[in-house]
Design a protein around this ligand. Structure first.
Ligand SMILES: [Zn+2]
Length: 626
């Protein structure tokens, strides 16, 4: 009710000139009419008191788990008090903090900021967020606010002006004014940053069917793309996502949002990832991703993952990952819960909903298990360290990734949670499963977003209420050691084991297609990009033993110009002839032929049933809602 009262007040003020008394602590007006040329103009009005003031730009970003606020996008700044320009200076020890002296008698500052958005392949920390036809505006990029405040306590009135004819969608309610400006419902800085705006020329909004609990809540799938053709929806898509909503309700038993909107952006010119929010998610993938069945299953995994975060990550969040002022450094120790359990349910729920087939789910699991099975990095870096070091690993280059290890807690934890599920089933003759734990850990009153922080012991205490036992010890068998003993053992407890064969893996194929890579990590041990540059060479595999390494380019295979097909033919031929494969590689302008001694033919990971063992894996992904 309080928000509604302030909202009415803000609407009245919108007609007054900037500089009038503020009903809110902060007014932000983003002019994104030039977003297609990657330039944005912002005007801020901040309520202040006279004296020294430090303004900050959001640094530690929720969901990105690192100091990733794209500060370099600031390309112009002017701070004024009563029309007079003030001088400002940067804190020499904190790049995100700007100091200014507020003159006597001044109660607000007018800030004008210019932003130059990231371009493709620029190598900056910021990822491209806009194309010629669409953009995702993340408010954190256009805000300055006083240092040391809890962003949840700073009230804000926000407006955005989009390019003419573009559709604007956001989890916050908005009202369009005649000048093309969208005025959003009154919020706080934290709520605003948690509610990115999707805008674009080609847009489609799909209302999904609600489900218990709270069947009246609105769920929307907002799709924007670089072309009208990319918006063509395959039959059954809306029904599939409505089932996902139903399966999430059956699992969690609560809904921690007032409404939920997936902001799905389809473009080959923006960075591809998903970012979770309480009431929406920013989901980005290829322009053609809706047109092919395997890519659609990839989208289901992405949308499932970000949706699960509304409960796991946004509502229940590790205490160490809270940064109320976006300046407090984050502690990623529990990312194997925050991201790992999300990755688990983000794959399981779409499979329960029928958006992912059981075969594709098993190939996905095989791809992940196979990755860890060959990854040299798992031999020296424990999964726990991939979480703690996340803030470095997210931005690390692809070169040497297999040896370095990446943010492996996503997929490695899936096996951890499968193990917990199998253990719960084993202790209860199948009566208790991980679903029961979830129902307890994420319990709460449905409705407006809230955060309920937790510490590691809370996970074990809740597990113990479901089934008594030393859960810390059980789980740390996965988290602390190096190697893959616990991971592959967990898979086998579900009644399936990892094998390799010449048959391709659907998940690996789809991933290669999406990333435009040639992945032969399980045979000769190479992953190549679309230009045949070696992204990574698995140390100890045949190609690396022959001298291949990241950064080199493969020019020819057995004397023939490289293509994936030519390489595959050579791998098969070597199996028959037992003669080494000749790889002509270029290394910083010099050519060399490597003799790759690999004779085991094409090799891809798969899961096969273990005869006589109970198939609990299929029980995990079977639908709960009929
Ligand atoms: Zn995530």
């Amino acid at each position: 009710m309080k928000q509604k009262a302030v909202w009415a007040c803000t609407l009245l003020l919108a007609g007054l000139s900037i500089g009038a008394a503020q009903a809110t602590d902060l007014t932000v007006r983003v002019d994104a009419r030039e977003v297609a040329r990657k330039r944005v103009h912002t005007e801020l009005t901040l309520a202040v008191k006279p004296g020294p003031l430090t303004l900050v730009y959001a640094k530690w970003m929720p969901g990105e788990h690192g100091p990733t606020g794209p500060l370099e996008s600031m390309i112009g700044l002017e701070i004024k008090a009563n029309g007079e320009r003030l001088t400002w200076s940067r804190d020499p020890l904190d790049m995100y903090a700007l100091r200014v002296a507020v003159p006597r008698g001044v109660n607000h500052l007018d800030v004008s900021m210019e932003s130059g958005l990231a371009t493709e392949g620029a190598g900056s920390t910021a990822a491209p967020t806009s194309s010629a036809q669409l953009a995702i505006v993340s408010w954190n990029q256009f805000l300055l606010f006083p240092k040391g405040v809890d962003a949840d306590k700073v009230s804000v009135s926000a407006t955005i002006i989009a390019p003419a004819d573009w559709t604007v969608v956001c989890a916050l309610e908005s009202k369009a004014s005649p000048g093309g400006a969208y005025e959003f419902e009154s919020s706080t800085v934290a709520q605003l940053i948690d509610s990115p705006v999707q805008m674009g020329l080609y847009a489609k909004l799909i209302e999904l069917k609600g489900s218990e609990p709270h069947a009246d809540l609105t769920h929307r799938l907002s799709i924007m793309a670089d072309s009208a053709a990319a918006l063509a929806l395959p039959g059954g898509l809306a029904q599939g996502y409505s089932r996902l909503v139903a399966e999430s309700g059956a699992l969690f038993g609560s809904r921690m949002y007032r409404h939920y909107t997936w902001l799905l952006s389809l473009s080959d010119h923006i960075a591809h990832f998903g970012l979770e929010h309480h009431e929406s998610s920013d989901d980005r993938t290829d322009e053609n991703a809706l047109s092919e069945a395997d890519l659609r299953m990839g989208i289901a995994g992405l949308l499932g993952h970000e949706y699960v975060h509304s409960w796991n990550g946004k509502y229940r969040r590790p205490k160490g990952l809270l940064s109320p002022d976006y300046q407090k450094p984050m502690d990623g120790s529990l990312l194997w819960v925050y991201e790992g359990m999300t990755q688990f349910w983000g794959a399981i729920l779409p499979t329960r909903a029928g958006l992912i087939t059981p075969e594709y789910f098993r190939d996905t699991l095989a791809g992940w298990a196979g990755h860890f099975d060959t990854e040299p990095g798992a031999r020296w870096r424990p999964m726990a360290d991939t979480a703690v070091a996340a803030q470095v690993l997210y931005g690390a280059p692809d070169a040497w990734e297999a040896s370095r290890r990446s943010v492996d807690y996503y997929e490695a934890s899936v096996f951890l949670w499968l193990d917990v599920d199998a253990e719960l089933r084993a202790r209860s003759q199948g009566r208790i499963t991980l679903d029961d734990y979830v129902r307890r850990f994420y319990a709460g009153a449905s409705g407006a977003p809230q955060v309920k922080p937790y510490v590691e012991q809370d996970v074990y205490d809740t597990l113990a209420t479901v089934a008594p036992g030393d859960w810390r010890r059980f789980i740390h068998r996965h988290v602390d050691p190096t190697g893959t003993t616990a991971l592959l053992g967990a898979l086998e407890r579900t009644g399936w084991k990892l094998v390799y064969s010449a048959e391709t893996n659907a998940y690996v194929e789809a991933r290669q297609k999406r990333k435009k890579q040639t992945n032969r990590q399980w045979s000769i041990g190479l992953i190549l990009d679309k230009d045949a540059k070696i992204i990574d060479a698995i140390e100890d595999c045949a190609a690396a033993r022959a001298g291949a390494s990241p950064g080199m380019s493969v020019i020819a295979v057995n004397g023939q110009r490289f293509t994936a097909k030519v390489l595959d033919a050579a791998i098969t031929e070597a199996q028959n002839t037992r003669r080494p494969i000749a790889l002509l590689v270029e290394n910083s302008d010099y050519y060399r032929t490597l003799s790759v001694e690999y004779y085991d033919g094409p090799r891809y990971p798969h899961l096969v049933r273990i005869e006589g063992r109970l198939d609990t894996l299929s029980a995990v992904f079977s639908p709960r809602v009929q």
